[in-house]
Design a protein around this ligand. Structure first.
Ligand code: GAP
Length: 482
């Protein structure tokens, strides 16, 4: 990461805290590593992103329905899904600092440094070798790669490494109160399994026919070892996942379909195509026969925001085997029973939140009418996702102007989130709304009393125009509602 990129990333983190978007969890106790809380504007933005995804998946598609499964699941779920045995990451510890690293992240961090120094070829060769060794699970050679390149720990700055070992990423806890009878259960590391175990419940009760999908949003937990980069990699995070059940043999076409559909969803927010790329996986997860990431260019570089996975019939077959319950579907069109194949789309809500902040955060220099320069920080959040859609600002606190403002707010607030403010100069109030990404500000002044017009000010262009107060509600409803 260059220092400009790093500065931008740090500025976004500071801004998110200062304006009530994201706080470190339990901050008064010095925080908890890789766990964050969302503040008043953050929780609105997060909810709007979740709703935008949910609407696109369930409301606008007749062949996808939603569920809300529990975080706790029967422990056999995770044996069947392969997570108990396979949800491991190769880790390495630095003997001096005792800090533990995920091997791929340690090497990728070193490759980033090489690239920043202009050694792109060396970095790419190193990454290619790493991927091939990871695929072969050849940990002795991976350790040698780290030693040969003299990759150091960021804390101790030494190369004194342990051997590479595998660590499971699932958090466990106990269920049941009687000592000795308590059973170990896991906090789900993905929401997908809640969908798989409910496959027949949903299919039968909703009378769905293949191809159809089940969507879900909810918390997932992973004991991430390298937990830094703000909300990019968290230990408690939220996923928005959809499993699309299909006829065996059709997985290639549906994989392509969902790859395109998901990219269209991202672009529908008005974010430029150049900021996105696809990254095909070479090392596949234990359940997949094809997989790719949709990557976004964060200030920390191109990184995964969403995964599209062709999960075959792996999960349903495993659950059928471990539960001894039939999970086949009868396809009346071809008169056959089969276990459906699955294409999964899986996006991290927190990562999408970081994407929106990264896309929106802008430090601008403005030339004023008199030629002098000024600056502002603005969040150009897509209007539909903005935490507050309309700020209503009486020019002064008297002469009946606050009362007119209140009437407007009361008319608009059942439809979208509004904000009222009467303190400080109008200029300062505009700046505060820019900083939280409010797309529209309306100022009530003395002219409003004479002819029922107000000044509407647009966040992105800072242009102002006079319009009738009666137009505001409908004008905004047309553009800010999801
Ligand atoms: N069900 C498939 C699955 O969980 P994944 O690629 O491990 O696949 C899907 O995760 C998405 O969840 C990722 O693309 C990312 O956006 C998000 N995600 C995964 N781990 C995360 C973490 N530790 N913190 C924040 N988001 C995470």
């Amino acid at each position: 990461m260059s220092s400009t990129q790093d500065n931008r990333f740090q500025a976004i983190i500071a801004h998110a805290k200062e304006y009530g978007f994201v706080f470190p969890s339990s901050e008064i106790y010095d925080g908890l590593s890789a766990v964050y809380d969302y503040g008043p504007y953050g929780s609105e933005l997060k909810k709007n992103i979740r709703d935008y995804w949910w609407k696109s998946m369930t409301q606008l598609r007749e062949n996808i329905v939603g569920i809300d499964a529990a975080i706790f699941m029967h422990p056999t779920t995770w044996k069947a899904s392969g997570h108990v045995d396979n949800f491991n990451d190769p880790m390495i510890d630095n003997k001096d600092s005792k800090k533990r690293y995920r091997v791929d992240h340690l090497i990728e961090g070193f490759a980033d440094k090489l690239k920043a120094e202009g050694n792109d070829k060396e970095a790419n060769d190193l990454l290619a070798e790493m991927e091939s060794l990871l695929e072969k699970e050849d940990y002795a050679s991976l350790k040698k790669l780290i030693d040969d390149h003299k990759i150091v720990c960021s804390i101790s700055e030494t190369c004194n490494w342990t051997d590479i070992r595998q660590f499971n990423l699932m958090f466990s806890t106990q269920i049941g109160s009687v000592a000795g009878e308590a059973e170990t259960i896991y906090l789900r590391p993905e929401t997908a399994q809640g969908i798989f175990v409910n496959f027949l419940n949903v299919q039968k009760t909703s009378r769905m026919k293949i191809p159809f999908g089940i969507a879900q949003t909810g918390k997932a937990f992973r004991n991430e070892i390298v937990a830094r980069q703000f909300i990019f990699r968290m230990r408690e995070f939220e996923q928005m996942e959809m499993q699309f059940f299909i006829r065996p043999g059709t997985q290639k076409e549906w994989y392509e379909y969902w790859k395109e559909e998901r990219m269209k969803w991202h672009l529908s927010l008005g974010i430029s195509q150049e900021k996105y790329q696809f990254h095909n996986h070479t090392k596949l997860a234990h359940y997949a026969d094809a997989a790719l990431d949709i990557e976004y260019e964060f200030p920390i570089g191109f990184k995964e925001v969403e995964g599209i996975h062709s999960r075959t019939d792996y999960d349903l077959t495993q659950h059928q085997k471990y539960s001894n319950k039939k999970l086949t579907y009868f396809d009346t069109e071809i008169n056959q029973h089969y276990i459906p194949y699955v294409i999964e789309t899986s996006i991290g809500l927190d990562r999408m939140f970081l994407l929106i902040l990264s896309h929106s955060y802008n430090e601008e220099t403005i030339t004023k009418e008199d030629g002098t320069k000024d600056s502002r920080i603005v969040l150009n959040i897509p209007e539909k996702l903005a935490p507050v859609k309309l700020a209503v600002l009486p020019l002064i606190k008297k002469d009946g102007l606050p009362e007119i403002a209140r009437i407007l707010i009361n008319e608009c607030k059942p439809h979208f989130k509004c904000f009222y403010e009467e303190k400080d100069t109008i200029g300062k109030r505009y700046r505060r709304q820019d900083a939280i990404g409010t797309p529209y500000c309306v100022t009530i002044d003395h002219q409003t009393k004479e002819n029922n017009t107000v000044t509407i000010r647009y966040r992105d262009t800072m242009k102002q125009e006079r319009i009738s107060i009666s137009e505001i509600n409908n004008k905004l409803k047309a553009s800010v509602i999801l």
